[in-house]
Design a protein around this ligand. Structure first.
Ligand code: C2E
Ligand code: CA
Ligand code: CA
Length: 402
């Protein structure tokens, strides 16, 4: 269960928000009103340290180190605060760049020590942060390992077929990156994509994957032309990280890689995960329009698992909406699953997009999705993600009618 991200709290003039020595939990943003930060002097008298106005944040240090408050906070007038949940903050910290998280911890511990004038707090803080430290060190090692693996060429691209639900014919492939360690073991992206995202390694990895997937598109297209002449051209779907989308220079690089590949941009579909662009929707929409002007196709991935509002969705120049596999599974197993899948398919249609269902595993899924007017299907029913050689075989083996 995710922590509530924030909540509002109201205080009358003179009300205590927290006292010196209290267990530190949340930080606060002053929405309206005024807050006095006070500290007790030697003989128990409270003296004003700072007066804070609307828009200011306080209590943030305890958020990082979880130690008792070193000052008190009192509402100076009727005040509304937005509490920033410490659990949420800690989760965010854990998912951020580990080096950054660790340095933040160190800075805070030094600040505490200099503020209290005792070496005592410093030790306690370091003890508390040692878990974070271990985590940081593990992650720094893992990202080092991964960047060397990129240089050693341990990554490869697998291809999963996407079919037209209407007649089962092959429409295209989704490129899915894999890591083959030197001992031959394959690592799934679920295990390293998050690390790559946090450390920025997703940029070199994403660049490489895109180039490789486009070379794959040309090979697979050649096989298609040879075994099934006259069929419509195949598209190649490539997953784009929010970092690749939101960084202007990286977006240029993405467009240059596509341009230089010689693949018709109309055959290139970029999949963008719904939840990943929500931090900066306006920029994401602008970047999507830039890609669209180059002729690429755009799909929103894992739809329904993020928080995109319908008004955003309408502003995005999307060609496809990918119905997340959790909905396809729910359709199979839950009473109301079908209604939800139907609503998503209708929404896509209403917004002028074609939908692609992920995780199609059973014949019954296919039939139900077809009935909902879903255009494409992808999943184990058709094929697992295939190595390039297996994908070429897959095309060669398909019946001539397809
Ligand atoms: P995704 O884009 O949602 O990819 C679909 C995932 O569902 C793939 O997992 C695929 O193997 C799996 N899948 C396909 N059909 C079925 C099915 O019928 N049943 C079930 N249960 N699963 C199915 P995979 O390859 O492990 O990829 C995981 C995620 O990693 C991807 O999710 C995508 O978000 C990310 N990813 C993969 N390659 C790249 C990449 O090159 N760049 C970026 N940025 N992300 C990538
Ligand atoms: Ca995808
Ligand atoms: Ca997906």
């Amino acid at each position: 269960m995710a922590a509530v991200p924030w909540r509002r709290e109201n205080y009358q003039a003179g009300a205590v928000i927290f006292r010196e020595g209290d267990a530190g939990r949340d930080a606060y943003l002053i929405e309206s009103g005024r807050v006095n930060i006070t500290r007790a002097d030697g003989n128990g008298q409270e003296s004003l340290v700072r007066a804070l106005d609307a828009g200011e944040i306080f209590g943030e240090i305890a958020l990082v180190d979880n130690l008792p408050r070193t000052a008190s906070a009192v509402a100076a007038e009727t005040t509304t605060l937005i509490a920033i949940n410490s659990q949420l903050f800690f989760d965010k910290l854990k998912h951020s760049d580990p080096l950054l998280a660790h340095l933040l911890g160190l800075v805070v511990s030094r600040f505490r020590a200099s503020n209290t004038g005792s070496g005592h707090a410093d030790e306690a803080v370091v003890a508390h942060l040692s878990a974070l430290h271990d985590y940081a060190v593990r992650n720094i090692r893992a990202s080092q390992d991964m960047s060397e693996a990129i240089e050693r060429g341990e990554f490869l691209v697998y291809y999963q077929p996407v079919v037209h639900l209407a007649d089962g014919s092959l429409a295209g492939f989704e490129a899915l990156v894999r890591w083959r360690r030197q001992d031959g073991g394959l690592v799934n992206p679920a295990e390293f994509i998050a690390l790559a995202e946090n450390t920025g390694l997703i940029l070199p990895l994403g660049r490489w994957t895109l180039g490789e997937a486009l070379r794959g598109q040309q090979l697979l297209q050649q096989a298609m032309d040879r075994y099934h002449p006259g069929r419509a051209a195949l598209f190649m779907s490539v997953n784009l990280s929010a970092r690749q989308l939101l960084d202007a220079d990286e977006l240029e690089t993405v467009m240059a890689v596509i341009r230089d590949s010689g693949v018709n941009p109309q055959q290139v579909k970029l999949e963008i995960t719904e939840s990943m662009m929500m931090d900066n929707v306006d920029l994401a929409i602008e970047a999507m329009h830039r890609l669209k002007r180059q002729g690429m196709l755009l799909a929103i991935d894992d739809f329904g698992t993020g928080y995109s509002s319908l008004s955003y969705l309408e502003r995005m120049p999307l060609d496809n909406l990918k119905i997340d596999q959790s909905f396809v599974r729910a359709m199979r197993t839950k009473a109301n699953g079908h209604r939800i899948a139907r609503a998503i398919a209708a929404l896509a249609h209403e917004l002028g997009m074609d939908s692609i269902a992920e995780g199609v595993e059973e014949v019954a899924d296919e039939a139900a999705l077809k009935q909902l007017g879903c255009k494409y299907g992808q999943g184990y029913l058709y094929a697992r993600p295939l190595s390039q050689a297996d994908a070429l075989d897959y095309i060669a083996q398909r019946g001539s009618e397809r």
